[in-house]
Design a protein around this ligand. Structure first.
Ligand code: MOS
Length: 768
């Protein structure tokens, strides 16, 4: 793997330009931007790091949840007597338990559920919960609970659910929220077009299956609740738990030091956490729950399936004159959302755009935020359409995209972007990939056919600005960073420590990070929406700058010089003027007398009248085996404008992880429901649900950081990265498959079975 950095040709030096509230992004950096290994790498790989699943407390009980085995059923009667009398069983909760009679919400407005809803609308819906002395006793007790279900007619597919007379998932029918938005006049836009294309693109339901399954440990101390949770946002979980239990926030402590992946499925409080806290209160003992792998497949959320009809009009000169997207998706059994429209509205210049979106209920597990919710689906449609349009007007797909790069956000009254690196992502990506040469020379004949494809993307949210960081400098010259953010595996702790190291000149190994504990750390928004670095690093920098400023003032006084005469490097103060002196921080008397310097930094607001968003372009080369239908991704280039690259290693990790997830979405991952038969999920395990493995990811890949030196976005010059990394991947692969075979695969994932059938059809019908 290689990594390549580029600077936009028209970039200006960072120094001397205004940024919010005075603190300008760095020019040259010493620590930020280097290949710094994670500060907690040893703990993570050695097993010393304590994840929620590792927590063990004296007297701790173990909880397990009984889940509805049917796609749609009413709980008629339950017999708990046998389970209650089993050894080690301490408490059981059902919908009849008064303490558990709590409402439950799913994203959008619409039908609500309950913590235990006796009307079960999907396989995996919570029916009862047990706390016992050991996990095995809890699971055995679940088996001893007899439930009489009234099985109800169910519906598993979007199109079936929309038909007249389909079994209703909710009383109001199967159509949930409808959203329409329009700008310009699409009829006029299509009339002006030289080419109009229309295609229906479909994506499958992709499931959340993070390495660490969802887990919580709850412990009460009088009316104070402490919860260890595998979560992306301890403050969000704290707030919601406080509401559920009618407690002041100060009485709820949520701790999430380590967590093994979330991708959106751990963005909010889960039912299992409330259940665990209830069981802990009932038994007056700590209770732990770890969901099983199968449970994560059934009920912790997913990227919903979508059916996207996209109509596009283009002029021969490459102007996009109209886009019309009609999306029908299913967020599952509850209004969890299935919207996708953003990219159609904002990625390319187009005056006339209409987007109509409908969420449809089916009897299946609900959607949840999943790495760029809606965006990879929309890219699957839009970026394949862009490819098809380019081919129709005889323009290179890279050139066609370049012609339509926006400098402002069309979804926000044409507010200018702080920077738009999309052009450079496309041009640098194409150059490094060898796009033109590949287009001209690749072999598209024979059994093994090669092809290349490009796709672009952007992320549509600038992130929260509510974040406070605290930096403490000890008299021995070591530092502590206190920040509320969860490190969801992205390297947040490391990147934030690098910001402190940059400002204080303290080596990384002398910085300890205290994070994600509502009782001991300051507020940070949830680590999601690609906002973690963007929301927190400016606050961290301000806290570090405050300490630095005070430290230099003290040092100047002590060393009898001016602040301008001093610099701070490698844990020491250096005088820049004669006599040259180097004073290690631990020898600084004024610091020793104070024992500690503390700096508090608050994130500044976003710039006024500008919008900071990240952009991306990805390039794939594939090899399609026309005998087996298998696709191998042989080469991949990802070019990302996420503002400043904070750490080369974590940048690579994010981009490559995003590509891997995109490959799964595009080529192998899908929830398979036994539609029309049992309605149950038939591949709720890691054997039959195919996530990419080491042999499925490209052996040759390059991650390019396009740094536009954004001086306006915030004081660290950063834009989001985690989500953009996965947005264009599947579409780039689909476009490469088209280039190789002439087959436009509109249904994701492109499995060998599907491709083989399409290839067979092509043989009969000729090249499409
Ligand atoms: Mo994300 S899908 O906001 O974790």
């Amino acid at each position: 793997m290689t990594l390549y950095d580029t600077t936009m040709p028209d970039d200006k030096p960072a120094d001397g330009q205004p940024a919010p509230a005075g603190l300008k992004p760095w020019g040259e950096t010493k620590v930020v931007g280097t290949r710094a290994p994670r500060i907690d790498a040893y703990e993570r790989v050695s097993g010393a790091a304590i994840y929620t699943q590792d927590i063990s407390l004296p007297g701790m009980l173990h909880a397990a949840i009984l889940r509805c085995p049917h796609p749609h059923a009413n709980v008629r009667r339950m017999d708990l007597s046998k389970a209650k009398n089993m050894p080690g069983v301490r408490a059981i909760l059902t919908h009849e338990s008064p303490s558990a009679d709590l409402p439950w919400f799913f994203g959008d407005k619409g039908p609500m559920s309950k913590l235990f809803d006796p009307h079960c609308r999907y396989e995996g819906d919570e029916v009862a919960a047990v706390a016992a002395d050991s996990p095995h006793r809890a699971w055995d007790a679940l088996k001893a609970i007899t439930v009489e279900y009234e099985e109800l007619p169910f519906v598993s597919e979007i199109e079936e659910a929309m038909k007249e007379g389909a079994p209703p998932v909710h009383e109001g029918g199967n159509r949930g929220r409808v959203r329409t938005s329009e700008r310009g006049d699409i009829a006029k836009g299509f009339a002006e077009a030289d080419v109009v294309l229309e295609e229906t693109y479909r994506t499958s339901c992709e499931l959340h299956t993070p390495m660490e399954t969802h887990a919580s440990v709850a412990q009460w101390d009088g009316s104070r609740l402490t919860v260890w949770d595998s979560t992306q946002g301890v403050f969000d979980v704290q707030k919601t738990l406080a509401q559920y239990f009618g407690l002041p926030s100060s009485s709820v402590r949520v701790i999430g030091h380590y967590m093994g992946g979330g991708f959106g499925s751990k963005l909010e409080l889960g039912k299992y956490t409330v259940i665990t806290a209830l069981l802990a209160r009932d038994t007056a003992l700590p209770v732990k729950i770890c969901l099983s792998r199968e449970e994560t497949f059934l009920c912790v959320g997913n990227r919903p399936a979508n059916i996207m009809q996209l109509k596009a009009g283009v002029k021969n000169d490459g102007t996009i004159s109209a886009l019309h997207l009609v999306n029908v998706g299913s967020g599952g059994a509850y209004p969890a959302g299935s919207g996708v429209g953003y990219l159609v509205q904002d990625l390319y210049l187009c005056r006339n755009v209409k987007v109509e979106e409908t969420n449809v209920f089916i009897n299946a597990g609900t959607a949840r935020a999943m790495r760029a919710p809606g965006f990879p689906q929309c890219a699957w449609a839009l970026e394949q359409m862009m490819d098809a349009l380019a081919s129709k007007i005889g323009m290179d797909p890279v050139e066609f995209r370049l012609k339509n790069v926006p400098a402002y956000s069309q979804t926000r009254n044409n507010t200018p972007f702080t920077t738009t690196g999309l052009k450079e992502c496309l041009t640098e990506g194409a150059r490094v990939f060898g796009w033109k040469e590949a287009k001209a020379t690749i072999r598209r004949e024979g059994t093994i056919r090669r092809g290349v494809g490009v796709a672009a993307g952007m992320w549509g949210w600038e992130g929260s600005t509510v974040s406070t960081a605290i930096v403490k400098l000890f008299a021995d010259g070591s530092a502590n960073l206190n920040i509320g953010a969860s490190d969801i595996g992205t390297g947040t702790k490391t990147v934030m420590a690098m910001v402190v190291a940059e400002e204080l000149g303290v080596p990384l190994e002398r910085i300890q990070v205290e994070n994600a504990d509502t009782a001991t750390t300051s507020f940070a928004p949830s680590s999601g929406g690609s906002q973690t670095v963007v929301a927190n690093s400016p606050a961290v920098r301000k806290a570090a700058v405050e300490v630095r400023t005070r430290l230099l003032e003290l040092a100047a006084e002590e060393l009898k010089c001016t602040v301008a005469d001093l610099s701070l490097n490698d844990g020491a103060i250096q005088t820049l003027t004669a006599p040259a002196r180097t004073v290690p921080l631990h020898e600084l008397q004024s610091l020793a007398q104070r024992e500690m310097l503390v700096g508090v930094g608050h994130r500044d607001p976003h710039p006024q009248g500008k919008i900071p968003l990240p952009f991306a372009a990805q390039f794939a080369e594939v090899e399609v085996n026309t005998r087996t239908g298998e696709t191998r991704i042989v080469k991949f280039v990802a070019a990302h404008d996420s503002g400043r690259m904070m750490n080369r290693l974590t940048f690579e990790n994010q981009v490559f992880g995003g590509i891997a997830m995109g490959i799964g979405f595009g080529t192998s991952e899908r929830r398979i429901l036994d539609a029309g038969q049992t309605g149950k999920m038939v591949n709720a395990n890691w054997h039959d649900y195919k996530i990419p493995t080491a042999v499925d990811v490209p052996p040759e890949h390059t991650c390019i950081s396009v740094d536009p030196h954004d001086t306006e976005c915030n004081n660290t010059g950063t834009k989001g990265l985690g989500e953009p990394a996965t947005i264009p991947t599947a579409a780039a692969i689909a476009n490469a498959i088209f280039d190789a075979t002439g087959i436009r695969v509109t249904q994701a994932p492109v499995t060998p079975m599907q491709l083989l059938a399409l290839l067979a059809g092509q043989e009969k019908g000729g090249r499409q």
